[in-house]
Design a protein around this ligand. Structure first.
Ligand SMILES: [Zn+2]
Length: 228
């Protein structure tokens, strides 16, 4: 008992004499924020914030992002992913879907993207950037890893082929795009009478033409005696 008391007293003395004056207060100038190595499990727990999902701020972020000119499969992917995030208590939202060629070019000049105007899946309504409601892009690689794994699982269950930007050398973990978006673009470019910004019906028209094209290509590869 006496011994324990002495240990505590020594600890307190040492704390005051040695560490007390040297330890910077959190947030003081020169304070270096150090991130401890994180496990995926800890990252998954760290993302949980159920109370935030009940706030007005969340509801606002959830609804404000413009969905004009977006491929219906991107919307379908995003809505199922959002449902899964809400189930887990993760406050994530769609920062941007469709992006004009002008805005794309401006971002390219700034160096935040590798794609020039009209070269990104965003410019063709085939991508979405999903970020954290309060920390935006500022998640740890492990936290993004959790987000990526959930997104891929949602896509698999929905039978949607999407690509995650977190798998690229040009690491862009907020970014998700349709795997075949260049086919969509090529077909769009072949026809001049399609509008600049597509409607859901236009996209479905493109998809049916694409599937017909793919079917024809597959038929051509078949030996002639097996063709229907
Ligand atoms: Zn993006």
């Amino acid at each position: 008992m006496k011994c324990a008391k002495r240990v505590i007293q020594r600890f307190i003395r040492r704390g005051f004499n040695k560490a007390g004056g040297e330890m910077p207060l959190a947030g003081s100038p020169g304070d270096v924020v150090r991130r401890l190595p994180q496990t995926y499990q800890a990252a998954a727990v760290n993302l949980v914030n159920f109370p935030y999902l009940k706030t007005r701020d969340y509801r606002h972020k959830k609804e404000k992002t413009d969905r004009t000119g977006v491929h219906p499969w991107v919307i379908e992917f995003f809505l199922s992913l959002q449902k899964e995030f809400e189930r887990r208590g993760y406050p994530m939202f769609a920062f941007e879907f469709y992006r004009s060629d002008e805005r794309q070019q401006a971002l390219y000049v700034k160096g935040v993207t590798k794609a020039r105007g009209a070269q990104s899946a965003h410019n063709w309504g085939c991508a979405v950037d999903i970020v954290h409601c309060e920390r935006f892009w500022d998640l740890t690689p492990k936290e993004w890893g959790v987000i990526g794994a959930i997104g891929k699982e949602v896509a698999r269950k929905r039978n949607l082929q999407v690509v995650w930007g977190g798998d690229w050398d040009f690491y862009d973990p907020a970014h998700w795009q349709l795997a075949h978006w260049r086919d969509v673009r090529n077909l769009w470019e072949d026809r001049f009478d399609w509008p600049e910004i597509m409607t859901t019906a236009d996209f479905l028209d493109i998809e049916s033409r694409l599937s017909a094209k793919r079917l024809n290509a597959r038929l051509k590869q078949m030996p002639s005696h097996l063709r229907p």
